[in-house]
Ligand binder design. Structure first.
Ligand code: HDE
Length: 716
């Protein structure tokens, strides 16, 4: 690097570049399909930009002032441009989703590994290497549309496959079980978790009386509660989550043979979560943390990928399994029934318009294709009713399937017609069937190709019933708990203490702990202690005693399945004036080799001047780039730079938080003074890595593959 003062382009750092479109380009072809025959555009004004028009195509002369009588006089109702503009603005919103309102989507493809003809006739699984377009929407459940991304919550993981035989929607979650066993309890569950109706808070938080009141009266939710209190509910990003179809479905082959199936998505980058203390701070520092992460990854060409795996089984297995496979509060451990990889999904394209795609996408569990069928899971049966109903409410017209994001990409023919906003209108005379118009008479049903239901026999009294085989509420909750590492178990206990400490009524807190007694004594004791209960409550009445013999399942733990890689992660480097630029370059190169990105943080966003005189721009000013936004951090400070940092409280927080959140911290000798000021112990641990020479950069990045150094005794 030359010693003369030079400027490093931000581009060099590998920071994902946001695609910037010029305002002219943004309009190019924007309404192309609506332009007149031949696609001629309006005349242009100076600079080649199109002339602004009303919705009717009338050119607008003045978009700054309403039409009025005299400069200081009243506005005139005759101003149709103003009226149209305000009218449209007033109607810009559609109702947000009642649940899963906060979400983010992306396009991509699903690639089939090998034909599954033996299992299913679903067209998507017939040919190896076939790519099927998909649209995926990830979401939280409880929060409203504008809520923060890192609420403790289940994440939605909804995939729309545009197959050649129709749209198949796999509307799943990042947790393989659910709170309730019967869809009739869904409104109660959701009412209880959302803001309390008299005060309209708390937003996007289950830590309040109503939720825990309901849950503590619903023993069937205990297994799900273990998951929601675990780190699964605070993922590092969508790219680091598993996904599950939750219910048992059926695959049906061409001969009509049915096989039960559970769907699993495994993230290629491995699973990762944040710490709760970190989540709380991320929500303040970057409420869009998850959507930004997905956006940046796809923009920079680092396309997230998941593998689809299937657990398939027959009736014999179902009959022999400890639990009812129709009960959505239970899972089948992968150690008992392995999940076989059948394909991969890659997300490689962002929506061009959030509203048109992510907001208007209508997922529906009842969107299945020939070869995929439902089971009698009572939750799934209820969902099959709800989703169609909710789309009409949200999208306002029975023609929502005509919206480009919802329309199949295969041909479709039917006799449904008219209604609000019908813009795909069939031609010709026949709009009914049967008819005798011959070839011009429109489509016909096909018993051979059409979707059919498995002719399953059903019997029994007409009654409101809950199967006795659904009665065990604690055994799998316990199994989940004992499958976790000690750190993860502590996180579950800490989360329960945090949440229940926000509950005002002591009897609700105690009632909840009485369920934990049935799950595991260590958990019950830890939570009782954390809540300051003088004695452990009696165990809750259990319909069935907890089976303590279920073997732990390592697949249920995040930390037992580490990725051993820093790929896709983000390093934050705090820099000051007077640093050795070569060391920074070495860090950036080492990070790139790991497949990670780097962002620079400095006392001012304009950047710092290195010892060699190079001006190094920053991505963040220190108080806008706290360490919670990064997976690992490095502090490159000169003697004087470190002194300046000591005076900055965000710099002290940067270090203290990174340490408390078990992060790997690389540091130059001068940065050590900041450690003492930030309250770090004088004896360094293995995750505090000195950066003295260029070669240290590689060792530091290799160490970062562990993601967190859990051995730190005084972490958050
Ligand atoms: Fe949903 N759910 N749900 N749900 N759900 C909706 O549909 C419903 C359930 C899930 O990104 C709604 O379009 C009932 C389980 C996802 O757009 C609504 C029951 C699972 C999404 C609805 C459940 C889910 C939804 C609201 C109990 C995991 C967001 C807006 C029987 C397997 C999809 C909408 C997106 C959305 C109903 C339970 C996943 C109201 C009645 C279990 C990922 O129709």
């Amino acid at each position: 690097m030359s010693s003369a003062k030079s400027t490093r382009a931000t581009k060099k750092s590998g920071k994902p570049q946001t695609k910037v479109r010029s305002s002219g380009a943004a309009f190019e072809g924007r309404y192309a399909e609506r332009q007149g025959a031949g696609g001629e555009t309006h005349q242009t004004v100076q600079g080649g930009q199109e002339i602004l028009t009303t919705q009717q195509g009338t050119p607008v002369s003045d978009d700054q002032n309403t039409l009025r009588q005299g400069a200081r006089g009243p506005a005139l109702i005759e101003d149709f441009h103003f009226r149209e503009k305000i009218f449209h603005f007033d109607h810009e919103r559609i109702p947000e989703r009642i649940v899963h309102a906060r979400g983010y989507g992306a396009h991509g493809f699903f690639e089939t590994y090998k034909p599954l003809t033996d299992l299913t006739r679903a067209d998507i699984f017939q040919r190896a290497g076939e790519k099927t377009p998909v649209f995926v929407r990830f979401s939280t459940v409880a929060g409203n549309k504008g809520s923060a991304d890192l609420a403790r919550d289940v994440r939605g993981f909804a995939v729309k496959f545009y197959t050649k035989e129709g749209n198949w929607d796999l509307v799943g979650n990042n947790i393989p079980v659910f709170f309730i066993q019967d869809a009739i309890k869904f409104p109660d569950l959701i009412h209880s978790v959302k803001q309390e109706p008299d005060r309209d808070f708390p937003q996007a938080a289950s830590a309040h009386d109503n939720f825990w009141d309901f849950i503590s009266l619903m023993p069937e939710s205990m297994h799900m509660i273990m998951w929601v209190m675990s780190d699964r509910a605070i993922p590092r990003g969508f790219r680091f989550m598993e996904g599950f179809g939750v219910h048992t479905f059926r695959l049906v082959n061409a001969k009509g043979r049915s096989t039960f199936v559970k769907f699993h998505w495994k993230p290629k980058l491995g699973m990762q979560s944040v710490c709760w203390n970190e989540a709380v701070k991320i929500n303040g520092a970057d409420p869009d943390f998850h959507r930004r992460d997905l956006w940046n990854a796809i923009q920079s060409g680092d396309f997230p990928e998941w593998e689809l795996r299937l657990q398939t089984f027959d009736q014999k297995f179902a009959d022999s399994f400890d639990f009812d496979v129709l009960d959505p509060t239970k899972l089948i451990p992968e150690e008992i029934l392995p999940a076989t990889p059948v394909g991969r999904m890659v997300l490689n394209r962002l929506p061009e318009n959030f509203f048109a795609e992510t907001e208007q996408v209508a997922f529906m569990t009842q969107n299945v294709v020939p070869g995929i069928d439902f089971s009698n899971d009572p939750l799934l049966q209820g969902r099959n009713f709800s989703y169609l109903d909710t789309q009409l409410k949200r999208l306002g017209s029975p023609n929502f399937a005509q919206l480009p994001i919802n329309a199949p990409k295969c041909p479709f023919h039917h006799f449904q017609q008219d209604g609000h906003m019908a813009f795909l209108n069939p031609k010709g005379r026949a709009n009914y069937e049967p008819n005798s118009w011959g070839a011009k008479g429109g489509p016909r049903e096909s018993p051979e190709h059409g979707v059919t239901s498995l002719p399953e026999e059903a019997e029994g009294p007409k009654a409101r019933l809950r199967a006795e085989s659904f009665a065990d509420h604690y055994s799998q909750a316990r199994q989940f708990f004992v499958s976790q590492t000690a750190i993860e178990q502590k996180h579950i206990a800490d989360a329960l203490v945090f949440e229940l400490s926000k509950v005002e009524r002591p009897d609700i807190r105690e009632r909840m702990v009485s369920h934990l007694v049935n799950i595991h004594p260590d958990l019950a004791n830890a939570v009782a202690k954390g809540l300051g209960l003088s004695k452990l409550p009696k165990a809750a009445n259990a319909a069935l005693a907890t089976n303590t013999k279920l073997a732990p399942s390592d697949a249920l733990s995040i930390l037992k399945n580490p990725p051993g890689s820093f790929k896709g992660r983000k390093l934050g480097v705090l820099i000051t004036d007077g640093i050795d630029e070569a060391l920074l370059v070495a860090l950036e190169e080492a990070a790139k080799k790991e497949g990670a990105t780097v962002e620079r943080i400095a006392p001012a966003v304009g950047g710092v001047t290195a010892a060699n005189g190079t001006l190094i721009p920053a991505h963040h000013k220190i108080d806008g780039g706290p360490s919670v936004l990064f997976d690992a951090v490095a502090i490159l400070a000169s003697e004087d730079g470190a002194k300046a940092l000591l005076a900055l409280s965000p710099a002290r927080d940067f270090v203290a938080d990174a340490y408390a959140h078990y992060k790997f911290i690389g540091f130059t000798a001068a940065a050590k003074s900041l450690f003492a000021k930030a309250g770090l112990p004088s004896k360094p641990d293995k995750a505090l890595v000195p950066l003295e020479k260029r070669a240290d950069a590689k060792d530091f990045l290799t160490a970062c593959r562990q993601l967190r150094f859990w051995d730190r005794p005084d972490g958050a």
